[in-house]
Design a protein around this ligand. Structure first.
Ligand code: KG4
Ligand code: ZN
Length: 337
């Protein structure tokens, strides 16, 4: 079974080839044009996807030493995400499928982030709690059966990644700022300043208060002091974000009996989040899974992995290019509950 995975929901043009549960190639082209604006500009994102998608698909096929005629199925993200970027991926997938008679598997971006875990861990014991943390989402999910998900907590305002990116921007660290904050924080003192944790007693999250607290802190201090302490500020801020995520994740394990804990989404690349969750999971006896760094932020491999799961579950005959012709982009797509 050879699957081509296509992901274009935001600012990464990505494509991967999976053969019999193994990723043969995974190409991710991150659009740098948004950096000067400090955020993703949807119109620019669509045009950049349009320019590069065929090249990225060709690269993925070439690296995997696979020709399009050998592809058994195309997995493609149809939501949630930005409508223009989603349409580029979707229409490219439909065209390739139509001209080569290849079945299309429509993939939910959030489910794909979750299923990035299957690339390296094909056996995950259920039930499981999943913390999905990305630039657009912060959700706590309980599942007894992958493909059916119960949303038990979500952010009431900013997503964790959104808060990290906005704070990084305030600190002059560029966009997106997650990786830089993570790197600086490693050399800083996380107890330098205590930033707040929102909604401590709930399974929901709130990051806007934290964002404001950092803004006020930055405004109250001299430039020299801030420069001197940039590592300490990054570490203290990161501690607040991660402590909020971990607090709710383990609070949820008291209400829902689970065997496994999974991280998913771009922020699951964060070293402190991984380490803290690992230590706590070991302490309380949960299996703990998280994707490799290359599969945390948006990528085509997670889409191929999700398509692979669905093909195994429902059978390849459930999918066809004809069925995909009516498929539309769904910017606010939710996980099936
Ligand atoms: O999953 P993703 O690529 O896109 C969305 O679906 O939103 O996630 C991107 C987010 C950005 O906010 C980025 O700053 C964050 O993931 N991120 C990190 C790290 N690497 C990426 N946040 C914290 N620590 C990291 N190491
Ligand atoms: Zn994502």
């Amino acid at each position: 079974m050879i699957i081509l995975g296509i992901e274009t929901s935001c600012d990464d043009t990505s494509c991967a080839v999976m053969k019999d549960d193994k990723i043969l190639s995974s190409i991710v082209s991150t659009q740098l044009k948004h950096q000067e604006f400090g955020g993703v500009i949807p119109e620019i994102a669509s045009r950049e996807h349009q320019k590069f998608i065929i090249t990225i698909i060709n690269q993925a096929l070439t690296e995997a030493k696979v020709s399009l005629s050998e592809v058994d199925a195309i997995g493609v993200t149809y939501g949630p995400g930005l409508v223009g970027p989603l349409l580029v991926g979707l229409n490219t997938a439909k065209s390739l499928a139509f001209s080569n008679n290849i079945p299309v598997v429509a993939v939910n971006h959030i489910e794909a982030h979750i299923m990035a875990n299957f690339i390296e861990h094909p056996k995950i014991e259920l039930p499981a709690l999943i913390l999905v943390v990305s630039g657009g989402h912060t959700e706590l999910i309980y599942t007894k059966d992958f493909t059916h998900y119960e949303l038990i907590g979500k952010t009431r305002d900013d997503a964790a990644g959104e808060c990290i990116d906005k704070v990084a921007k305030m600190m002059g660290l560029g966009f997106p700022g997650g990786r830089v904050i993570d790197q600086l924080a490693r050399q800083g003192d996380e107890n330098f300043h205590q930033f707040p944790i929102g909604m401590k007693d709930s399974l929901d999250f709130s990051f806007s208060g934290l964002k404001t607290a950092v803004k006020v802190f930055l405004a109250q201090h001299q430039e020299d002091f801030l420069k001197e302490n940039i590592n300490n500020i990054a570490a203290s801020f990161q501690k607040s974000v991660v402590d909020a995520l971990v607090l709710k994740l383990f609070k949820a394990t008291k209400k829902h009996r689970v065997k496994s804990i999974l991280l998913a989404g771009g922020v699951s690349a964060n070293s402190r989040l991984r380490n803290t969750t690992k230590v706590k999971s070991e302490k309380y006896g949960f299996n703990f899974f998280y994707p490799s760094l290359g599969y945390c932020t948006d990528n085509g491999a997670m889409v191929a992995s999700c398509a692979n799961y669905k093909i195994k579950k429902y059978g390849i005959e459930s999918f066809s290019f004809e069925k995909s012709l009516g498929l539309d982009a769904v910017p606010n797509l939710r996980l099936s509950e």
